[in-house]
Design a protein around this ligand. Structure first.
Ligand SMILES: NC(=O)C1=CN([C@@H]2O[C@H](COP(=O)(O)OP(=O)(O)OC[C@H]3O[C@@H](n4cnc5c(N)ncnc54)[C@H](O)[C@@H]3O)[C@@H](O)[C@H]2O)C=CC1
Ligand SMILES: O=C(O)C(=O)CO
Length: 406
Protein backbone atom coordinates (compact mmCIF):
# COMPACT_ATOMS: atom_id res chain seq x y z
CA UNK A 1 0.00 0.00 0.00
CA UNK A 2 1.43 3.37 -1.02
CA UNK A 3 2.07 5.97 1.67
CA UNK A 4 -0.46 8.83 1.76
CA UNK A 5 0.87 11.64 -0.40
CA UNK A 6 0.87 15.33 0.30
CA UNK A 7 -1.60 17.53 -1.53
CA UNK A 8 -2.70 21.15 -1.71
CA UNK A 9 -6.47 21.61 -1.76
CA UNK A 10 -8.41 24.32 -3.58
CA UNK A 11 -12.17 24.84 -3.29
CA UNK A 12 -12.98 21.89 -0.96
CA UNK A 13 -16.73 22.07 -1.66
CA UNK A 14 -16.29 21.86 -5.46
CA UNK A 15 -18.65 19.66 -7.44
CA UNK A 16 -16.04 17.89 -9.58
CA UNK A 17 -12.78 16.49 -8.29
CA UNK A 18 -9.74 17.21 -10.46
CA UNK A 19 -6.24 16.11 -9.51
CA UNK A 20 -2.97 17.52 -10.79
CA UNK A 21 0.02 15.25 -10.25
CA UNK A 22 2.33 18.30 -10.10
CA UNK A 23 2.21 21.92 -9.17
CA UNK A 24 2.21 23.87 -12.46
CA UNK A 25 3.28 27.45 -13.25
CA UNK A 26 0.83 30.36 -13.15
CA UNK A 27 -2.52 30.76 -11.43
CA UNK A 28 -4.95 30.98 -14.34
CA UNK A 29 -5.30 27.22 -14.59
CA UNK A 30 -6.18 27.09 -10.87
CA UNK A 31 -8.69 29.91 -11.26
CA UNK A 32 -10.26 28.19 -14.26
CA UNK A 33 -10.66 24.91 -12.42
CA UNK A 34 -11.31 25.87 -8.84
CA UNK A 35 -12.61 29.40 -8.59
CA UNK A 36 -16.25 29.41 -7.55
CA UNK A 37 -16.70 32.74 -9.28
CA UNK A 38 -15.19 31.54 -12.50
CA UNK A 39 -17.78 30.80 -15.14
CA UNK A 40 -17.68 29.11 -18.49
CA UNK A 41 -20.75 29.59 -20.68
CA UNK A 42 -22.43 31.31 -17.74
CA UNK A 43 -22.18 28.24 -15.53
CA UNK A 44 -20.04 28.02 -12.40
CA UNK A 45 -17.24 25.50 -12.75
CA UNK A 46 -16.96 24.71 -9.10
CA UNK A 47 -14.30 22.00 -8.98
CA UNK A 48 -12.41 20.67 -6.04
CA UNK A 49 -8.79 20.79 -7.15
CA UNK A 50 -6.10 18.74 -5.47
CA UNK A 51 -2.49 19.36 -6.43
CA UNK A 52 0.15 16.82 -5.50
CA UNK A 53 2.96 18.56 -3.61
CA UNK A 54 5.30 15.58 -3.15
CA UNK A 55 8.94 16.64 -3.35
CA UNK A 56 10.00 13.56 -5.30
CA UNK A 57 9.89 14.18 -9.05
CA UNK A 58 8.83 10.75 -10.26
CA UNK A 59 5.58 9.41 -8.83
CA UNK A 60 5.04 5.65 -8.78
CA UNK A 61 1.87 4.07 -10.18
CA UNK A 62 0.82 3.46 -6.56
CA UNK A 63 1.28 7.15 -5.75
CA UNK A 64 -0.96 8.09 -8.68
CA UNK A 65 -3.54 5.46 -7.70
CA UNK A 66 -3.62 7.02 -4.23
CA UNK A 67 -4.14 10.44 -5.81
CA UNK A 68 -7.01 9.18 -7.98
CA UNK A 69 -8.70 7.58 -4.96
CA UNK A 70 -12.37 6.53 -5.04
CA UNK A 71 -13.75 9.61 -6.74
CA UNK A 72 -11.97 11.56 -9.41
CA UNK A 73 -13.40 13.26 -12.50
CA UNK A 74 -10.16 14.09 -14.22
CA UNK A 75 -6.36 14.15 -13.89
CA UNK A 76 -3.69 16.48 -15.21
CA UNK A 77 -0.50 14.46 -15.58
CA UNK A 78 3.08 14.99 -16.61
CA UNK A 79 5.28 14.14 -19.47
CA UNK A 80 7.36 11.17 -20.54
CA UNK A 81 9.21 9.02 -18.07
CA UNK A 82 7.96 10.85 -14.99
CA UNK A 83 4.57 9.18 -15.49
CA UNK A 84 3.50 6.18 -17.54
CA UNK A 85 -0.25 6.18 -18.13
CA UNK A 86 -1.56 2.73 -19.07
CA UNK A 87 -4.31 0.22 -18.27
CA UNK A 88 -3.79 0.27 -14.49
CA UNK A 89 -4.19 4.03 -14.15
CA UNK A 90 -6.89 4.51 -16.78
CA UNK A 91 -9.04 1.70 -15.38
CA UNK A 92 -8.62 3.15 -11.86
CA UNK A 93 -9.65 6.56 -13.17
CA UNK A 94 -12.70 5.02 -14.83
CA UNK A 95 -13.66 3.20 -11.58
CA UNK A 96 -13.38 6.54 -9.76
CA UNK A 97 -15.92 8.01 -12.21
CA UNK A 98 -13.29 9.85 -14.28
CA UNK A 99 -13.51 10.61 -17.98
CA UNK A 100 -10.61 12.98 -18.59
CA UNK A 101 -6.84 12.98 -18.55
CA UNK A 102 -4.47 15.58 -19.98
CA UNK A 103 -0.73 15.55 -20.27
CA UNK A 104 0.86 18.92 -19.61
CA UNK A 105 2.88 18.33 -22.81
CA UNK A 106 2.39 18.02 -26.54
CA UNK A 107 4.19 14.64 -26.69
CA UNK A 108 2.13 11.75 -25.36
CA UNK A 109 4.39 8.74 -25.86
CA UNK A 110 4.01 8.15 -22.09
CA UNK A 111 0.33 7.43 -22.67
CA UNK A 112 -1.17 4.14 -23.85
CA UNK A 113 -3.97 5.69 -25.90
CA UNK A 114 -5.51 2.27 -26.61
CA UNK A 115 -5.88 1.72 -22.87
CA UNK A 116 -7.49 5.15 -22.53
CA UNK A 117 -9.91 4.30 -25.37
CA UNK A 118 -10.86 1.00 -23.72
CA UNK A 119 -11.71 2.91 -20.55
CA UNK A 120 -13.48 5.78 -22.32
CA UNK A 121 -10.97 8.34 -21.07
CA UNK A 122 -10.22 11.41 -23.19
CA UNK A 123 -6.48 12.12 -23.54
CA UNK A 124 -5.54 15.77 -23.88
CA UNK A 125 -2.23 17.35 -24.86
CA UNK A 126 -0.93 20.91 -25.25
CA UNK A 127 0.22 21.62 -28.82
CA UNK A 128 1.10 24.99 -30.32
CA UNK A 129 1.80 26.93 -27.14
CA UNK A 130 5.30 25.43 -26.90
CA UNK A 131 6.29 25.45 -30.57
CA UNK A 132 8.45 28.58 -30.62
CA UNK A 133 9.86 28.08 -27.12
CA UNK A 134 11.00 24.55 -27.95
CA UNK A 135 12.41 25.61 -31.31
CA UNK A 136 14.33 28.43 -29.61
CA UNK A 137 15.97 25.94 -27.25
CA UNK A 138 16.92 23.70 -30.18
CA UNK A 139 18.42 26.77 -31.87
CA UNK A 140 20.28 27.60 -28.62
CA UNK A 141 21.69 24.07 -28.46
CA UNK A 142 22.72 24.30 -32.12
CA UNK A 143 24.67 27.49 -31.43
CA UNK A 144 26.08 26.31 -28.12
CA UNK A 145 27.38 23.12 -29.75
CA UNK A 146 28.61 24.76 -32.97
CA UNK A 147 30.45 27.54 -31.13
CA UNK A 148 31.54 25.46 -28.11
CA UNK A 149 29.92 27.87 -25.66
CA UNK A 150 29.79 25.53 -22.65
CA UNK A 151 33.38 24.34 -23.03
CA UNK A 152 34.55 27.94 -23.33
CA UNK A 153 32.50 29.00 -20.30
CA UNK A 154 34.03 26.22 -18.18
CA UNK A 155 37.51 27.18 -19.38
CA UNK A 156 36.94 30.80 -18.39
CA UNK A 157 35.55 29.91 -14.94
CA UNK A 158 38.48 27.58 -14.33
CA UNK A 159 40.81 30.61 -14.70
CA UNK A 160 42.53 29.08 -17.73
CA UNK A 161 42.20 32.06 -20.07
CA UNK A 162 45.54 33.80 -20.37
CA UNK A 163 45.03 35.71 -23.62
CA UNK A 164 43.56 35.59 -27.16
CA UNK A 165 44.86 32.74 -29.30
CA UNK A 166 44.12 31.97 -32.98
CA UNK A 167 43.18 28.36 -32.20
CA UNK A 168 41.19 28.92 -29.01
CA UNK A 169 37.73 27.21 -29.16
CA UNK A 170 37.44 27.34 -32.91
CA UNK A 171 33.99 26.09 -33.93
CA UNK A 172 31.66 26.01 -36.95
CA UNK A 173 30.25 28.94 -38.93
CA UNK A 174 26.53 28.45 -39.66
CA UNK A 175 25.98 31.02 -42.43
CA UNK A 176 25.70 29.36 -45.83
CA UNK A 177 25.85 25.86 -44.32
CA UNK A 178 22.99 23.34 -44.49
CA UNK A 179 20.53 22.76 -41.68
CA UNK A 180 18.85 19.36 -41.66
CA UNK A 181 15.50 18.83 -39.95
CA UNK A 182 14.05 15.39 -39.28
CA UNK A 183 10.37 15.76 -38.43
CA UNK A 184 9.30 19.08 -39.96
CA UNK A 185 6.05 19.42 -38.02
CA UNK A 186 5.18 22.41 -35.84
CA UNK A 187 8.46 22.57 -33.90
CA UNK A 188 10.75 21.29 -36.67
CA UNK A 189 9.39 23.92 -39.08
CA UNK A 190 9.70 26.73 -36.51
CA UNK A 191 13.30 25.66 -35.82
CA UNK A 192 14.07 25.53 -39.56
CA UNK A 193 12.76 29.06 -40.03
CA UNK A 194 14.88 30.35 -37.14
CA UNK A 195 18.05 28.83 -38.57
CA UNK A 196 17.27 29.95 -42.13
CA UNK A 197 16.21 33.49 -41.25
CA UNK A 198 18.76 33.95 -38.49
CA UNK A 199 21.82 32.39 -40.06
CA UNK A 200 20.93 32.15 -43.75
CA UNK A 201 21.35 28.41 -43.80
CA UNK A 202 20.03 26.19 -46.61
CA UNK A 203 17.44 23.59 -45.67
CA UNK A 204 17.20 19.86 -46.22
CA UNK A 205 14.36 18.10 -44.41
CA UNK A 206 12.85 14.66 -44.03
CA UNK A 207 9.29 14.05 -42.92
CA UNK A 208 6.61 11.55 -43.86
CA UNK A 209 4.61 14.51 -45.15
CA UNK A 210 5.52 17.43 -47.35
CA UNK A 211 5.80 20.76 -45.51
CA UNK A 212 4.49 23.09 -48.20
CA UNK A 213 4.35 26.10 -45.89
CA UNK A 214 7.98 25.70 -44.95
CA UNK A 215 9.04 25.24 -48.56
CA UNK A 216 7.11 28.37 -49.58
CA UNK A 217 8.73 30.34 -46.78
CA UNK A 218 12.26 29.37 -47.83
CA UNK A 219 11.51 30.12 -51.49
CA UNK A 220 10.13 33.56 -50.61
CA UNK A 221 13.01 34.33 -48.24
CA UNK A 222 15.51 33.22 -50.89
CA UNK A 223 13.89 35.59 -53.38
CA UNK A 224 14.04 38.40 -50.85
CA UNK A 225 17.75 37.80 -50.23
CA UNK A 226 18.45 37.64 -53.95
CA UNK A 227 16.59 40.90 -54.56
CA UNK A 228 18.86 42.45 -51.93
CA UNK A 229 22.00 41.21 -53.65
CA UNK A 230 22.62 38.39 -51.17
CA UNK A 231 23.12 34.69 -51.75
CA UNK A 232 19.61 33.12 -51.73
CA UNK A 233 18.80 30.27 -49.32
CA UNK A 234 17.50 27.00 -50.78
CA UNK A 235 15.39 24.03 -49.66
CA UNK A 236 15.26 20.36 -50.46
CA UNK A 237 12.82 17.67 -49.29
CA UNK A 238 14.96 14.56 -48.87
CA UNK A 239 13.73 11.22 -50.17
CA UNK A 240 15.42 9.44 -47.28
CA UNK A 241 16.61 10.30 -43.80
CA UNK A 242 20.09 9.22 -44.87
CA UNK A 243 20.20 12.05 -47.42
CA UNK A 244 19.69 14.55 -44.60
CA UNK A 245 22.35 12.92 -42.44
CA UNK A 246 24.91 12.88 -45.27
CA UNK A 247 24.34 16.44 -46.47
CA UNK A 248 23.56 18.57 -43.42
CA UNK A 249 26.06 20.41 -41.23
CA UNK A 250 23.58 20.88 -38.37
CA UNK A 251 20.81 18.32 -37.85
CA UNK A 252 17.92 18.77 -35.45
CA UNK A 253 15.49 15.97 -34.54
CA UNK A 254 11.82 16.89 -34.07
CA UNK A 255 9.68 13.80 -34.81
CA UNK A 256 7.20 12.20 -32.45
CA UNK A 257 8.58 9.16 -30.59
CA UNK A 258 6.98 5.95 -31.85
CA UNK A 259 8.07 2.62 -33.30
CA UNK A 260 9.23 4.33 -36.51
CA UNK A 261 11.51 6.81 -34.74
CA UNK A 262 12.92 4.68 -31.89
CA UNK A 263 16.74 4.65 -32.32
CA UNK A 264 16.35 6.54 -35.55
CA UNK A 265 19.93 7.69 -34.94
CA UNK A 266 21.91 4.43 -34.70
CA UNK A 267 25.57 3.46 -35.32
CA UNK A 268 25.07 3.08 -39.08
CA UNK A 269 23.42 6.48 -39.42
CA UNK A 270 25.97 8.20 -37.17
CA UNK A 271 28.68 6.80 -39.44
CA UNK A 272 27.32 8.57 -42.54
CA UNK A 273 27.14 12.00 -40.90
CA UNK A 274 29.87 14.58 -41.49
CA UNK A 275 32.75 14.30 -39.03
CA UNK A 276 32.21 17.92 -37.90
CA UNK A 277 28.41 17.85 -37.89
CA UNK A 278 26.27 19.15 -35.04
CA UNK A 279 23.36 16.94 -33.91
CA UNK A 280 20.57 18.36 -31.74
CA UNK A 281 17.78 16.47 -29.99
CA UNK A 282 14.89 18.26 -28.28
CA UNK A 283 12.31 15.61 -29.21
CA UNK A 284 12.55 12.43 -27.13
CA UNK A 285 15.66 10.67 -25.84
CA UNK A 286 15.03 7.21 -27.35
CA UNK A 287 15.09 8.72 -30.85
CA UNK A 288 18.90 8.40 -30.44
CA UNK A 289 20.75 5.20 -29.51
CA UNK A 290 22.63 7.00 -26.72
CA UNK A 291 25.23 4.28 -26.15
CA UNK A 292 26.18 4.48 -29.83
CA UNK A 293 26.23 8.25 -29.60
CA UNK A 294 28.74 8.19 -26.72
CA UNK A 295 31.03 5.93 -28.76
CA UNK A 296 30.69 8.23 -31.76
CA UNK A 297 31.50 11.33 -29.67
CA UNK A 298 34.61 9.60 -28.31
CA UNK A 299 35.81 8.60 -31.77
CA UNK A 300 34.98 11.96 -33.40
CA UNK A 301 35.98 14.87 -31.16
CA UNK A 302 34.89 17.44 -33.76
CA UNK A 303 31.36 15.97 -33.90
CA UNK A 304 29.15 17.82 -31.43
CA UNK A 305 25.72 17.30 -29.90
CA UNK A 306 23.19 19.40 -28.04
CA UNK A 307 20.77 17.27 -26.02
CA UNK A 308 17.65 18.29 -24.11
CA UNK A 309 16.34 14.73 -23.74
CA UNK A 310 17.91 11.38 -22.84
CA UNK A 311 17.20 7.76 -23.49
CA UNK A 312 16.85 6.80 -19.80
CA UNK A 313 15.71 10.15 -18.53
CA UNK A 314 16.58 11.50 -15.98
CA UNK A 315 19.84 9.54 -16.36
CA UNK A 316 22.55 9.81 -18.99
CA UNK A 317 24.21 6.77 -20.48
CA UNK A 318 27.69 6.11 -19.03
CA UNK A 319 30.36 8.35 -20.48
CA UNK A 320 28.07 11.06 -21.86
CA UNK A 321 28.67 13.46 -18.96
CA UNK A 322 32.44 13.30 -19.61
CA UNK A 323 32.18 14.29 -23.25
CA UNK A 324 33.33 17.85 -23.89
CA UNK A 325 31.69 17.72 -27.33
CA UNK A 326 28.23 17.31 -25.78
CA UNK A 327 26.04 20.11 -24.44
CA UNK A 328 23.41 18.66 -22.12
CA UNK A 329 20.39 20.35 -20.50
CA UNK A 330 17.59 18.78 -18.40
CA UNK A 331 14.50 18.64 -20.67
CA UNK A 332 13.89 22.40 -20.53
CA UNK A 333 12.95 23.01 -24.16
CA UNK A 334 9.43 24.24 -23.33
CA UNK A 335 10.55 26.09 -20.20
CA UNK A 336 9.60 29.71 -20.81
CA UNK A 337 7.18 31.30 -18.34
CA UNK A 338 4.55 32.14 -20.96
CA UNK A 339 4.67 28.68 -22.46
CA UNK A 340 4.58 26.71 -19.22
CA UNK A 341 1.65 28.82 -17.94
CA UNK A 342 -0.08 28.29 -21.28
CA UNK A 343 0.53 24.54 -21.15
CA UNK A 344 -1.04 24.44 -17.66
CA UNK A 345 -4.05 26.37 -18.95
CA UNK A 346 -4.54 24.09 -21.96
CA UNK A 347 -4.18 20.95 -19.85
CA UNK A 348 -6.73 22.27 -17.32
CA UNK A 349 -9.16 23.23 -20.09
CA UNK A 350 -8.85 19.80 -21.72
CA UNK A 351 -9.90 18.15 -18.47
CA UNK A 352 -12.54 20.70 -17.62
CA UNK A 353 -13.99 20.69 -21.13
CA UNK A 354 -14.38 16.91 -21.11
CA UNK A 355 -16.00 16.93 -17.68
CA UNK A 356 -18.44 19.57 -18.88
CA UNK A 357 -19.16 17.68 -22.11
CA UNK A 358 -17.79 20.38 -24.41
CA UNK A 359 -16.82 19.54 -28.00
CA UNK A 360 -13.23 19.39 -29.15
CA UNK A 361 -11.65 22.45 -30.73
CA UNK A 362 -11.26 21.89 -34.45
CA UNK A 363 -7.71 23.17 -34.87
CA UNK A 364 -5.15 22.22 -32.21
CA UNK A 365 -2.62 24.48 -33.96
CA UNK A 366 -4.76 27.53 -33.21
CA UNK A 367 -4.89 27.64 -29.44
CA UNK A 368 -4.47 31.40 -28.86
CA UNK A 369 -8.17 31.96 -27.97
CA UNK A 370 -7.65 29.73 -24.91
CA UNK A 371 -4.59 31.66 -23.77
CA UNK A 372 -5.92 35.21 -23.49
CA UNK A 373 -5.27 35.96 -19.83
CA UNK A 374 -8.42 37.90 -19.00
CA UNK A 375 -10.86 36.48 -21.54
CA UNK A 376 -13.33 33.66 -21.06
CA UNK A 377 -11.91 30.69 -22.96
CA UNK A 378 -13.96 29.06 -25.71
CA UNK A 379 -16.33 26.35 -24.47
CA UNK A 380 -14.26 23.54 -25.96
CA UNK A 381 -11.45 21.10 -25.16
CA UNK A 382 -8.34 22.62 -26.83
CA UNK A 383 -6.78 19.29 -27.92
CA UNK A 384 -7.97 15.71 -27.34
CA UNK A 385 -5.79 13.19 -29.20
CA UNK A 386 -8.32 10.34 -29.11
CA UNK A 387 -11.40 12.47 -29.86
CA UNK A 388 -12.23 10.48 -32.99
CA UNK A 389 -11.91 7.11 -31.26
CA UNK A 390 -14.22 8.34 -28.49
CA UNK A 391 -16.69 9.68 -31.07
CA UNK A 392 -16.38 13.26 -29.85
CA UNK A 393 -17.87 16.11 -31.80
CA UNK A 394 -15.45 18.38 -33.67
CA UNK A 395 -15.91 21.92 -34.83
CA UNK A 396 -13.66 24.34 -36.62
CA UNK A 397 -13.37 27.68 -34.84
CA UNK A 398 -14.87 30.62 -36.70
CA UNK A 399 -12.91 33.84 -37.04
CA UNK A 400 -13.91 36.22 -34.22
CA UNK A 401 -16.37 33.72 -32.82
CA UNK A 402 -15.52 31.02 -30.38
CA UNK A 403 -18.95 30.09 -29.08
CA UNK A 404 -20.62 26.78 -29.74
CA UNK A 405 -22.40 26.42 -33.06
CA UNK A 406 -26.19 26.31 -32.63
N1 LIG B 1 12.06 18.56 -25.29
C1 LIG B 1 10.88 19.08 -25.01
O1 LIG B 1 10.67 19.69 -23.97
C2 LIG B 1 9.79 18.97 -25.99
C3 LIG B 1 9.72 17.90 -26.84
N2 LIG B 1 8.70 17.81 -27.74
C4 LIG B 1 8.68 16.64 -28.64
O2 LIG B 1 8.59 17.12 -29.98
C5 LIG B 1 7.67 16.32 -30.70
C6 LIG B 1 7.13 17.07 -31.89
O3 LIG B 1 6.23 18.07 -31.50
P1 LIG B 1 5.41 18.91 -32.60
O4 LIG B 1 6.33 19.51 -33.59
O5 LIG B 1 4.47 19.80 -31.87
O6 LIG B 1 4.59 17.72 -33.29
P2 LIG B 1 4.12 17.56 -34.80
O7 LIG B 1 3.17 16.45 -34.79
O8 LIG B 1 3.70 18.90 -35.34
O9 LIG B 1 5.47 17.14 -35.58
C7 LIG B 1 5.99 15.86 -35.58
C8 LIG B 1 6.45 15.55 -36.99
O10 LIG B 1 7.15 14.30 -36.98
C9 LIG B 1 6.86 13.68 -38.21
N3 LIG B 1 7.19 12.25 -38.17
C10 LIG B 1 6.51 11.25 -37.59
N4 LIG B 1 7.13 10.07 -37.80
C11 LIG B 1 8.23 10.36 -38.52
C12 LIG B 1 9.29 9.57 -39.05
N5 LIG B 1 9.31 8.25 -38.89
N6 LIG B 1 10.26 10.19 -39.73
C13 LIG B 1 10.24 11.53 -39.91
N7 LIG B 1 9.27 12.33 -39.42
C14 LIG B 1 8.29 11.74 -38.75
C15 LIG B 1 5.37 13.94 -38.40
O11 LIG B 1 4.96 13.72 -39.75
C16 LIG B 1 5.28 15.40 -37.97
O12 LIG B 1 5.45 16.30 -39.05
C17 LIG B 1 6.62 15.92 -29.63
O13 LIG B 1 5.94 14.75 -29.98
C18 LIG B 1 7.47 15.76 -28.38
O14 LIG B 1 7.86 14.42 -28.26
C19 LIG B 1 7.74 18.76 -27.83
C20 LIG B 1 7.76 19.85 -27.01
C21 LIG B 1 8.78 20.04 -26.00
O1 LIG C 1 5.58 18.97 -24.40
C1 LIG C 1 6.38 18.01 -24.41
O2 LIG C 1 6.22 17.03 -25.16
C2 LIG C 1 7.53 18.04 -23.51
O3 LIG C 1 8.42 17.25 -23.62
C3 LIG C 1 7.60 19.05 -22.44
O4 LIG C 1 7.28 20.28 -22.87
Amino acid sequence: MAKPISIEVWNPSGKYRVVSTKSMPGTRWIRLLADNDCRLEGESIHSLLQICTETKTILSVDDILALIGDRCDGVIGQVQLTEEWGEVLFSALKRAGGTAFSNMAVGYNNVDVEAANRNGIAVGNTPGVLTETTAELAASLSLAAARRIVEADQFMRAGLYDGWLPHLFVGNLLKGQTVGVIGAGRIGSAYARMMIEGFKMNLIYYDLYQSTRLEKFVTAYGQFLKANGEQPVTWKRAATMEDVLREADVISLHPVLDKTTYHLINPERLAIMKKEAVLVNASRGPVIDEVALVEHLKANPMFRVGLDVFEDEPYMKPGLADMKNAVVVPHIASASKWTREGMATLAALNVLGKIKGYPVWGNPNLVEPFLKEDATPPAACPSIVNAKQLGRYYYVPLVNSYSLPS
